[in-house]
Ligand binder design. Structure first.
Ligand code: ATP
Length: 257
């Protein structure tokens, strides 16, 4: 990895890029993943590169949904494996979720590399690679193939960095879909049951923290959290947050004369 000075003002952001570039050079992050990250970075800039209050609401609801789930599954792609492999394994153990490798660009070598990364962080079982796959209709990419024992049988699916088609298809199958997507106006964010508009590198640790906090809550209390959650409202709050931020910024910069 190239040396990045920790005093660089954009150190964190550059380190994230380095992880993705390393994943790309190692052959499990694809070019399209690097571009998708760039789109995410833009939205991250707009929210101030921090977990904002509406995202915390979603994280709270997501933790409750995962705790209440009977068959939770966490879907992992190349970018997720590059950025938060340890967090994914930790979260899966905490909520007793299965982990499934699910790729838009499904190539055996990539699948195996991601599988090995997850295993190296302690995942006991990883689905979607060596097990039975089943095809979901209406998705026109390789992501239509899901594991029979994994996503296909899941009631709650956590899909970080997802595309809209599959989110919509999973919803049609009656699943609760939790998305992590920095873009509050993507089809994914709008179609998901719970959208966490935050960078995955912050969202996963916060989700782990929240699951631990909710350990003392009863099923009834967890259900109440979910009942009080509205994804539409949360996405509106995110957009308002960005608008306010831009407004303040333009005033500070004297742009609104
Ligand atoms: P949709 O089909 O939902 O409209 P899309 O075509 O933008 O979305 P992709 O190209 O698959 O879907 O992009 C993936 C999404 O992941 C982007 O919206 C981007 O904002 C988001 N993203 C990228 N990197 C991160 C990250 N580190 N954390 C959270 N979200 C991210």
């Amino acid at each position: 990895m190239d040396q990045i000075n920790p005093n660089h003002p954009r150190y964190e952001s550059l380190m994230i890029r380095e992880k993705l570039v390393r994943g790309f050079k190692d052959g499990y992050v694809v070019e399209q993943g690097l571009i998708a990250h760039g789109r995410g970075e833009c939205f991250d800039y707009l929210i101030g590169e921090e977990t904002i209050p509406p995202a915390l609401k979603s994280i709270r609801a997501a933790a409750a949904a995962l705790r209440l789930a009977k068959h939770p599954v966490i879907s992992v792609n190349g970018n997720t494996a590059a950025l938060v492999p340890e967090g994914i394994v930790k979260l899966a153990k905490l909520v007793n979720a299965k982990i499934e490798v699910n790729l838009f660009h499904r190539i055996r070598d990539r699948e195996m590399k991601i599988y090995n990364i997850l295993r190296s962080y302690g995942a006991e079982e990883v689905f979607g690679v060596n097990d039975d796959l089943i095809t979901i209709d209406e998705i026109f990419s390789e992501r239509r193939k899901v594991s029979l024992k994994g996503i296909y049988s899941a009631d709650v699916v956590l899909v970080p960095l997802e595309d809209g088609d599959r989110t919509e298809a999973l919803r049609r199958l009656g699943k609760t879909v939790i998305a992590i997507d920095l873009n509050p106006i993507s089809r994914t964010s709008r179609a998901a049951s719970i959208s966490i508009v935050d960078n995955i590198v912050r969202a996963i640790p916060k989700l782990i923290e929240e699951v631990n906090i909710q350990k003392t809550l009863s099923t009834e209390e967890l259900r109440k959290i979910l009942e009080g959650y509205s994804n539409e409202e949360v996405l509106k709050e995110v957009i308002k947050y960005i608008l306010n931020k831009l407004h303040t910024l333009s005033k500070d910069l004297n742009l609104l004369k």
